[in-house]
Ligand binder design. Sequence first.
Ligand code: FMN
Length: 380
Amino acid sequence: MPHGAALGIDFCGYRLQSPFILTSGPLSYGAEGMIRAHQAGCGAAVTKTIRLQPAVNPPRHMGTVGRDSLINCEKWSDIDRLQWYEQEIPQAAAAGVTVIASVGHTPQEARAIVEDAEKAGAHMIELVSYTEETLVPMLDYANAHVSIPVICKLSANWPDTVAAAQRCLEHGADGLCAIDSIGPTLKIDIRRARPEMESRDGYGWLTGEAIRPIALRINAEIARCHPELRSLYASGGCMRPEHAVEYLMAGAMGVGVCTAAILHGTAYIEKLCRGLSELLLELGYRSVEEVYRAALPNFSRKEAEGPAGFSFAPFRMDGSRLCIACRRCEQVCCYGARVLNFPAMELDRSRCRSCGLCADVCPTGALQIIQRAKASGSAR
Ligand SMILES: Cc1cc2nc3c(=O)[nH]c(=O)nc-3n(C[C@H](O)[C@H](O)[C@H](O)COP(=O)(O)O)c2cc1C
């Protein structure tokens, strides 16, 4: 285990070794991938979504969007459900993986699959569907027929994800996952002048970095609406330990990982675990439990007023340079208010609109914003 803050969490009645959960996707195509994720430090692993018929995917079904996001038109599991029950789930469970069986996408399929998944040794069921209207009957069936915890995976493609969370909890969901990939979305292959995804409509689903702020807002809102909820896990663009901290602070108990592990390999989860453990300690938290929901009391109901205050430190305490004169602060100022005459930083207050971007882009922290400070003579 890494030296730093304690990463173990309690989730839906299970003790998980870390808050990271390998979410349903190509890395959980079978037991092998799930065992790798477990060995890398994942607290649990979700199977690729099991349906009545195995999927047949078009040849080109995953591509990058920028550096840290993906578009995909991959369908559900491409192996038969009997293989999941007879081999993949039992093998993964025997290797110590906390297995969450993803079951989609219709009530008929939930009826055909959930009990067999439980018998095969799954520790939890995760229900996933295209609409909220079909998810709730799946949940009702699963609740009545399995004794293991049932998680509902929520989509931001629905009109009101937070209301859907409420409905799932009213119908007895033991846990929630927010959110699924977002779409449909499009990427054009400009060399071939055609959609890159070879799905029927050329569209695909967006994951990774690009969707994190959407997922984070939804997780925070669900957590704020349900102060007692301790079994929400986030999914969407956790690429670095900092992102996991954001999710934990916003009220997610677990943090899903899919795109990051696809792009960097499953072993990257080890780095996420080590990084999270060290970062939490650096931020003053000794455990996930301590950081959990830490940001929620700080959501103000009132818009802040007054000009922003800034502090600028060109040098560190030991005299070495902190400001590297990259001039990002000048570049991003839409109003031409900032001028760096190293070591002096000038701010034309008559131009500055207090947007804060100059401080946000400072790569070293030499220029910082003092939140909600009143205008004062010392603010530059
Ligand atoms: C290639 C790919 C395939 C996926 N397949 C499934 C799936 O079968 N079932 C499912 O519930 N989610 C599936 N997802 C969605 C992920 O589980 C996850 O919710 C989403 O990617 C957002 O997390 P991320 O930004 O960490 O990737 C898939 C994602 C990707 C990238």
